[in-house]
Design a binder for this molecule. Structure first.
Ligand SMILES: Nc1ncnc2c1ncn2[C@@H]1O[C@H](COP(=O)(O)OP(=O)(O)O)[C@@H](O)[C@H]1O
Ligand SMILES: CC(=O)OP(=O)(O)O
Ligand SMILES: [Mg+2]
Length: 397
């Protein structure tokens, strides 16, 4: 029998989860999976640490499963899987921690109330992140819950990296650059010393290219700049998000197209990015396989923007020692990595095409001045580590 930590990453249409067992110093994955397609075509799939399927279910269109139903289903599934093991804590990914949360925190109803104020800053994520926390607080108030924030890793960036050029009365309201995907970057920063000690002590740009996509400049293990800002719609074009935009475009949409805030929100978060530009799909696999010129242009634009941001982040670092690719596209899309590395040749990146086609981990030639790597991210393990540390320290709940 072991103590178990459940990790929950609840998104707008999916709930991802992992169950870890505490084995001395180690956190061993027992199982991990997700319920995706909530409200449309819900599918549940769970695998054990060796990748074998241990649970699978689909719901028919006549059984619209939402967040609450999915959580109830998960609770009974996990109770069964836990068997002899004892659930000691639940760790959650919470996307926005605002100004106040620069580290993980043991959750109380009061803190959840405080975190609800950031819903407008992360409308695709925050409300869904908080929902299972509220439900668990109501049903199992004695079970320790910990929030791990995507913003926390970036909170110690230099002030110049965090500030917008706005008057202080606006900045003081918390209107500043936060940056996201911090749990992923923190995990990569923890793994890089074993992979490339020189870069871990020096200057690396990590490219988290998933459905949400961002890049982070890391110096000696600390975040110094990132492409996402006040919200997770900033920076690179993403699956359905626009990425950075001249703010004048928003004024134009309001004044000339008479769009209100909700309509603009929908456009920028759900109808833009790879999906909006291609008109085909938000999924990079579909775009790489498509012949339509618009699909090709969406990929070209994605790579171009990455190249531009790379120059900017390398400038913030004062040079570059390594590039690290991670998340769905970064880990699996060799053609994207190849194009990005070619666009980064001027910085000293020399790609080894064979290594790239093989998926790395090293992508650069032996003689390359700047190294390039694939490191699979593990936000769940990072959350489990934080949760264990906080609960072991007896943080009050
Ligand atoms: N083999 C692949 N080739 C190209 N893109 C891929 C591949 N596998 C996954 N992806 C991309 O990764 C994206 C999902 O990344 P992921 O990090 O899992 O996202 P999220 O955690 O934000 O849901 C998908 O939208 C898809 O475009
Ligand atoms: C912050 C963010 O964009 O997260 P995700 O990639 O999960 O959408
Ligand atoms: Mg993700």
């Amino acid at each position: 029998m072991s103590d178990a930590i459940l990790v929950v990453n609840a998104g707008s249409s999916s709930i991802k989860f992992s169950l870890f067992l505490e084995r001395g110093e180690a956190l061993d994955l027992l199982l991990g999976g997700q319920i995706e397609g909530l409200y449309t075509t819900p599918r549940f799939k769970v695998k054990d640490a060796a990748g074998a399927t241990v649970g699978e279910r689909q719901w028919s269109a006549g059984e619209p499963l939402g967040h609450d139903g999915a959580i109830a289903y998960l609770a009974s599934f996990l109770r069964e899987q836990l068997g002899e093991h004892r659930l000691v804590a639940v760790g959650h990914r919470v996307v926005h921690g605002g100004l106040d949360y620069a580290a993980p925190v043991r959750l109380t109803a009061e803190i959840v109330g405080h975190l609800e104020q950031f819903i407008p800053l992360a409308p695709l994520h925050q409300p869904h992140n908080l929902r299972p926390i509220r439900l668990l607080l109501a049903h199992q108030p004695q079970l320790p819950q910990v929030a791990c924030f995507d913003t926390a890793f970036h909170r110690h960036q230099p002030e110049t990296a965090q500030a917008f050029a706005l008057p202080p009365e606006i900045t003081e309201r918390g209107v500043r650059r936060y940056g996201f995907h911090g749990l992923s970057y923190e995990y990569i920063a923890s793994a890089l010393p074993q992979v490339d000690p020189r870069a871990a002590a020096g200057r690396a740009v990590v490219l988290h290219l998933g459905n949400g996509a961002s890049m982070c400049a890391i110096h000696g293990g600390r975040s110094v700049a990132s492409t996402m800002g006040f919200t997770a719609v900033d920076g690179l074009p993403m699956g359905t998000r626009s990425g950075n935009l001249d703010p004048g475009v928003v004024l134009y949409l309001m004044d000339e197209l008479k769009m209100d805030a909700r309509a603009i929100e929908k456009l920028l978060y759900q109808q833009s990015g790879l999906l909006g530009v291609s008109g085909v799909s938000s999924d990079m696999r579909a775009l790489l396989a498509a012949d339509e010129p618009r699909a090709k242009f969406a990929v070209e634009l994605f790579v171009y923007r990455i190249g531009r941001e790379l120059g900017s982040l390398a400038a913030a670092l004062g040079g570059l020692d390594a590039l690290v690719f991670t998340a769905g596209i970064g880990e699996h899309a060799a053609p994207i990595r190849e194009q990005v590395c070619r666009a980064a040749a001027w910085l000293g990146v020399e790609l080894d095409p064979t290594a790239n086609a093989a998926g790395g981990p090293r992508l650069s030639t032996a003689g390359s001045r700047v190294t390039a790597w694939v490191i699979p991210t593990n936000e769940e393990l990072m959350i489990a580590r934080h949760t264990r540390t906080l609960v072991a320290a007896g943080a009050p709940g």
